[in-house]
Design a binder for this molecule. Structure first.
Ligand code: TRP
Ligand code: SF4
Length: 400
């Protein structure tokens, strides 16, 4: 019914690093040719955890988008926009909040996880609780049916699906539909009718797939239903007829296997990153300082590559022959760590050099980026306002 459309977003954290490139951007570069893509600067999302740290946000937005473009995100293929420039996100978020049970939000696994992980932040706000709903609104606003996410964000997509289903269930119905459906259900007899409605609730409210299958079996077996009633009940079961909001699917992407310079997860807050726009000397200096297997204190000590972050880089950047050279050389102390790091520096610089050059072009001419974003925001807003018109109409809020 709708074209395959992707929505993805990134919080504006400023200039990006190699972990972002390997983990997210490379995937964007691929999917921009496969789907109609919308790539969003999720500035409101940043506020859900960092409402007290908005200084420099504007700077961060530009730096990040320069990196997107320099990495090869193509504004002729994909739509690049800023969330807060399309206020429809806020309206849809508000309207969806009316049908979203608080319990659903409290049960999203990242809610408690993040509160524990970011214990130094105040995450007791209404905005933080509602963050998955804001994300759901982002997705549903564009009727995006594919959302590239890592494993940890899959529950957010499931949540968005449940919200869409619930919305469609409340507002996608023709007048008298429910009455007709209930009358049809009653024809199965009291007991069966009650069971059927119970299955349906379990499905529409909790996404219980087994319940919907059981209910379908009931309908298939029911003797005394007319064809019309049977179809009505099938429709009623799944929320029915008119789908105003499309249910999105997760497009699973592998997490970046690139550790930071110290072997931990690469993250700005750990200070262990390789920023994409490093100059060559800096890059080589950082790689020279990378942690290696602690067992290799001396050049003559043998090491174990699987304990070394440098080896993780080799696995991403080197061919079989080089990998064997590393494995054997490390375990026999045949090569030194300085030597081992050399091809990594070469490979990363080869990858980042063209990116750095393109970034320079965008930095020298900021209107280029500004225009790309202005175009993108306009295109995004057109689609967003179409969806919102349907949503308002379905909710009875079009006062024409
Ligand atoms: N939640 C993502 C993050 O915090 C960013 C994001 C916002 C997003 N809206 C989205 C990702 C919609 C995918 C789809 O980094
Ligand atoms: Fe790591 Fe290479 Fe040194 Fe072995 S030789 S410890 S793999 S850097």
């Amino acid at each position: 019914m709708y074209p395959d459309r992707v929505l993805s977003g990134m919080r504006p954290t400023g200039a990006l690093h190699l972990g972002h490139y390997q983990g997210v951007l490379k995937n964007w570069l691929k999917i921009q040719h496969e789907f109609e893509c919308f790539f969003m600067v999720a500035d409101w999302h940043a506020l859900t955890t960092h409402y007290d740290a908005t200084v420099g946000m504007g700077e961060h937005v530009w730096e990040m988008v320069v990196d997107w473009l320099s990495a090869g995100v193509d504004p002729n293929q994909a739509t690049l926009f800023i969330q807060s420039r399309v206020p429809e996100h806020a309206e849809l978020h508000l309207l969806l909040s009316m049908v979203t049970p608080v319990g659903w939000l409290e049960r999203v696994p990242t809610y408690k996880e993040q509160q524990q992980k970011l214990a130094d932040r105040d995450l007791s706000s209404y905005g933080f609780l509602g963050y998955p709903l804001l994300q759901a609104a982002d997705i549903l606003l564009y009727r995006a049916n594919r959302v590239p996410v890592g494993e940890d964000q899959v529950p957010h997509i499931e949540f968005a699906r449940e919200v869409a289903r619930r919305f469609n269930h409340f507002y996608g119905r023709e007048p008298d539909f429910e009455q007709n459906a209930l009358r049809a259900a009653a024809k199965m007899g009291n007991k069966k009718s009650r069971l059927f409605l119970e299955f349906r609730t379990r499905y529409t409210e909790k996404g219980d797939v087994e319940a919907v299958m059981a209910a379908k079996d009931m309908l298939a077996e029911a003797q005394n239903l007319s064809l019309g009633d049977r179809e009505r009940l099938f429709g009623y079961l799944e929320g029915n007829g008119k789908k105003i909001l499309a249910e999105p699917q997760a497009l699973l992407t592998e997490a970046s296997r690139l550790p930071g310079l110290d072997g931990q997860k690469m993250s700005k807050s750990y200070g262990n990153t390789l920023p994409l726009r490093l100059e060559e000397n800096e890059l080589r200096r950082k790689i020279a300082g990378m942690m290696t297997d602690e067992a290799r204190k001396l050049r003559t000590d043998p090491g174990e590559p699987t304990r070394c972050p440098v080896y993780a880089y080799h696995k991403l950047y080197s061919n079989e022959a080089t990998l064997t050279w590393v494995e054997e050389g490390c375990r026999s102390a045949g090569i030194g760590c300085v030597q081992c790091k050399q091809p990594i520096g070469d490979a990363i610089w080869a990858e980042l050099k063209p990116l750095r050059e393109r970034a320079q072009m965008y930095q020298e001419d900021p209107t280029l980026v500004r225009n790309i974003l202005a175009d993108g925001c306009e295109r995004a807003q057109q689609l967003a306002s179409d969806t919102l018109r349907d949503v308002r109409e379905a909710m009875g809020l079009l006062y024409t």
